[in-house]
Design a binder for this molecule. Structure first.
Ligand code: 6R9
Length: 632
C-alpha cells in the first residue's frame, strides 16, 4: 500500500432523510441503539442472530479469536441448504416462490421453495453418483440460469466446495482457477446468451481443461436443442441426465461451522488471483443477517440483485442471503441495454420488484442514455434501492434517488468485499443518507480510517479503511496460500486492512475513495493489474507491459496498457487490435484494455518493480509524488 495518503475532505453537509415509516417498520429498528447493543456484548449480539437459524448442533463458543485467525460458532454443526430450503419447506413457505428467472426470449421459469429443494436434492444425488464427496472442489462456470444456483446449492448440500467462475472469463483465467482449486468436476452450459448472441461456454471449458489433471467429469446444461452438443461418454454428462434414476431426497451433509463452503477467486495486487475461502457457519449468519436488515426484506418483497453469482455479490445476495431469509428472488440473463435501454425498468414494472440492488457502473450508463427510458415505466413497486461495487459518486446518487427511487426510496450504498463475505458499511434503511458517503458500519462491524501505523486519522483526513475486530463471515484463509491471508491482518498491525482509501466525515459517515493497491475496478469488476500484464506478456510480440486504471465516466475505470515490444516488432493499429484480442481470449472480455500505448521504457523502482502510480500520474497530469525509489 501507499506510504502516505493525503486527502482533505471539504464537508458538504447534505442529507436525505427517508420517511419515518421506514425506520419504524425496519428489522434493525433504531440504528444507534442496535450498534450500542452490539458494542456492549458482540458475542451476545451475533448469538441472538444465529439463534434465528437452524443448527444440527449448537456452538460451544460464539467466537474464538487467536490473531489473525478466527473460528466462529465453535463446534457447531449445520448445513446452509437446510436453512435456505428445508427450513422454509417445513414451515410456511413451501409454496412461496423462491426463484423467478427470465430469459432474453421472454421465457420465464418459476421455482417454489419446494420445487427448488427437489431440484437441488436430485442434482446433489447426481453429483454423488459421479463420485463427488464432502471436501471435493467443484468448479461452476455457468450463465445466469436457475441451474447455476441449483449447482451451487447442490454442492453445499453434500459438502463439496464450490468455486464459481464468472462466465465472462476466458480460457486461461478459467484454467488457472480450476487448477488452483484442483477441481474434480466442472459444471457448465453449452452456451450463454447475451444480447441475442450465443456464446459457446463449453468450448472455453474444453480448452481450459486440456491442462487440468484434476478434472474427472464435466456436467453440461444443454440449452441448445437443435442440434444438442454431443457428450463425450464417461467424461461429459448431461445436467438433467445425472438427475435421472436418483432418489428424490438427499439428506444434508453434516458440516462443521468451520468447514469450507466455497472458494471464490478475487484479483490480487501481485501474482495470481486469490482463492478466498469462506466457511459454513459464520458465512451463513453474516449473509442471513445482512440481507435481512440492510435490504430490510419482508415476506412480500420481490428482490432483484443484478449481479452474477460468479461474483461475491451474487453468492451472498442472490443465493445464500435471500434464500436463508426466505425471500422471492428474481434473476435474468437480460442485459440493461438489450433489446433497448428500458429493458431493466420494464422488468421492474412487470415483476413488481420491490428491492433492487445494482452497481454504479450500471447507474452511470443509465444516466447517459437519459431519464426518458425509466420514465416510460411504472417503478412504483420499488421500496428500497441499493448499490455495490465501487464508489457511488454524488451525481449518480442524486440521479438514482430522484429518477429511479422517485425521491422516496432509501438508497443503500453498501461497501464490502469478496473477503468480507457480507456488507460491512452502509446507511441502514431509515437513517439519513449522505450522497458520496457509504455511511456507517452495520451493527456487528467495527471500522475506522487510519494511517499506515493503525492510528486513527482526524475526521476529514484520508487514510486506510480498516476493520477492527473479526466478524462471522470473514475469509478464513486464501486457498493453499495462508501467507496471503495473513497479509490482510499484518499490513497494519492488529486490524484487517481492506486495501481501500477512505475519509471519515465529522459525522462518522465514511466516504470510500478507491483502491490503495494495484487492483483496478472496471464496471464493478475487480481486475488485477498483474493478470492483465501477464496476459499481454504472453503475446509473442510483447516484452513488457504495465497497466493502470484511468477514470472513466461510465465504467468507473478503464484499463490502459503501456507495452514494450520485443525487438523486430513495430507498433501498428493491427498489433493493437491483436493484443486486445489476445487479452480477450486469455482473460475474457472483462479484462480487455481500453487503450494501448507502445513505449520504450517503463518507470521502475531500483528493485525492478514497475511504478504504476508514476505512469498514472503522468497520464492524468498529476504530481507523481515521491519518486525517490525510481531508477534513473
Ligand atoms: C462486493 C464487492 C471489493 C472492492 C472494495 C472497494 C470496492 C465495493 C463499494 C466499493 C466504494 C462501495 N467497493 N463496494 N467502493 N463504495 N459501495 O464488490 O466485492 O469484487 O471483492 O470488490 O470494491 O474498492 O475493496 P469485490
Amino acid at each position: 500500500m501507499k506510504e502516505n495518503f493525503d486527502v482533505k475532505l471539504v464537508e458538504n453537509a447534505k442529507y436525505y432523510t427517508p420517511d419515518a415509516e421506514y425506520k419504524r417498520s425496519s428489522w434493525i429498528g433504531d440504528y444507534q441503539e442496535a450498534y450500542r447493543r452490539f458494542l456492549a456484548d458482540p458475542d451476545a449480539f451475533w448469538e441472538t442472530i444465529a439463534r434465528e437459524l437452524e443448527w444440527i448442533r449448537p456452538w460451544d463458543r460464539v467466537c474464538e479469536w487467536t490473531y489473525p485467525y478466527a473460528r466462529w460458532f465453535v463446534n457447531a454443526q449445520l448445513n446452509i441448504t437446510a436453512n435456505c430450503l428445508d427450513r422454509h419447506v417445513a414451515g410456511d413457505r413451501r409454496n412461496k416462490v423462491a426463484l423467478i428467472w427470465r430469459g432474453e426470449d421472454g421465457k420465464e421459469r418459476v421455482y417454489s421453495y419446494q420445487r427448488l429443494l427437489g431440484e437441488v436434492s436430485r442434482f446433489a444425488n447426481g453429483l454423488k453418483k459421479l463420485g463427488v464427496k464432502k471436501g471435493d472442489r467443484v468448479c461452476i462456470y455457468m450463465p445466469m440460469v436457475p441451474e447455476q444456483l441449483i449447482a451451487m446449492l447442490a454442492c453445499a448440500r453434500i459438502g463439496a466446495v464450490h468455486s464459481v467462475v464468472f462466465a465472462g472469463f476466458g480460457t486461461s483465467a478459467l484454467n488457472l482457477r480450476i487448477n488452483d482449486a484442483e477441481a474434480k468436476v466442472v459444471i457448465t452450459a453449452d452456451i450463454s446468451i447475451r444480447r441475442g448472441k450465443a456464446i459457446p461456454l463449453i468450448t472455453i471449458v474444453q480448452e481450459a481443461i486440456v491442462h487440468a489433471p484434476s478434472v474427472e467429469h464435466v456436467v453440461i446444461y444443454r440449452r441448445r436443442k437443435e442440434p444438442p452438443v454431443e457428450l463425450h461418454p464417461g467424461r461429459e454428462h448431461d445436467f438433467y441426465g445425472i438427475m435421472e434414476d436418483v432418489p428424490a431426497e438427499c439428506p444434508c451433509e453434516t458440516m462443521d461451522a468451520e468447514d469450507p463452503l466455497f472458494v471464490l477467486y478475487t484479483s490480487g495486487s501481485t501474482g495470481t488471483p486469490k482463492g478466498v475461502v469462506h466457511t459454513c457457519g459464520g458465512y451463513m449468519v453474516g449473509a442471513y443477517y445482512s440481507t435481512k436488515t440492510v435490504f430490510d426484506l419482508k415476506e412480500r418483497d420481490i428482490y432483484w440483485c443484478t449481479a452474477d453469482p460468479g461474483w461475491i455479490t451474487g453468492h451472498t445476495y442472490i443465493v445464500y442471503g435471500p434464500l436463508a431469509v426466505g425471500a422471492t428472488v428474481f434473476i435474468t440473463e437480460i442485459t440493461p441495454d438489450y433489446p433497448d435501454p428500458g429493458s431493466w425498468w420494464k422488468l421492474i414494472q412487470e415483476q413488481q420488484i420491490s428491492v433492487f440492488y445494482t452497481a454504479p457502473t450500471a447507474i452511470r450508463t443509465f444516466m447517459k442514455v437519459g431519464e426518458d427510458w425509466p420514465n416510460r415505466y411504472n417503478l412504483s413497486s420499488l421500496r428500497i434501492i441499493g448499490s455495490v461495487g465501487e464508489p457511488l459518486n454524488p451525481e449518480a446518487f442524486e440521479w438514482y434517488y430522484r429518477v429511479i427511487g422517485k425521491s422516496r426510496c432509501p438508497i443503500v450504498d453498501t461497501w464490502w468485499q469478496t473477503e468480507t463475505g457480507m456488507q460491512m458499511i452502509t446507511t441502514m434503511v431509515g437513517e439519513p443518507m449522505r450522497p458520496g458517503f457509504v455511511g456507517k458500519p452495520i451493527p456487528g462491524v467495527e471500522v475506522d480510517v487510519t494511517d499506515k501505523n493503525g492510528n486513527p486519522v482526524p475526521p476529514g483526513t484520508g487514510g486506510f479503511l480498516v476493520i477492527k475486530r473479526p466478524w462471522p463471515s470473514m475469509l478464513r484463509t486464501v486457498y493453499k496460500n495462508d501467507a496471503r491471508y495473513r497479509q490482510y491482518w499484518e499490513t497494519i498491525s492488529g486490524v484487517y486492512a481492506a486495501g481501500d482509501l477512505a475519509v471519515k466525515g465529522s459525522d462518522g459517515y465514511i466516504m470510500v475513495i478507491g483502491r490503495a493497491d494495484d487492483i483496478i475496478i472496471v464496471s464493478g469488476h475487480n481486475i488485477g493489474t498483474a493478470e492483465v500484464e501477464s496476459a499481454l506478456v504472453s503475446h509473442h510480440a510483447v516484452a513488457e507491459a504495465a497497466v493502470i486504471g484511468k477514470p472513466d465516466a461510465i465504467k468507473g475505470n478503464a484499463i490502459k496498457a503501456f507495452v514494450i515490444l520485443r525487438v523486430g516488432n513495430t507498433p501498428s493499429e493491427k498489433l493493437t487490435q491483436d493484443l486486445i484480442y489476445h487479452v480477450r481470449m486469455t482473460l475474457g472480455p472483462v479484462a480487455v484494455p481500453h487503450e494501448i500505448e507502445f513505449v520504450d521504457k517503463l518507470p521502475k523502482t531500483r528493485s525492478g518493480k514497475i511504478m504504476r502510480r508514476v505512469l498514472k500520474a503522468k497520464e492524468l497530469g498529476m504530481d507523481p509524488g515521491d519518486i525517490s525509489t525510481l531508477e534513473e
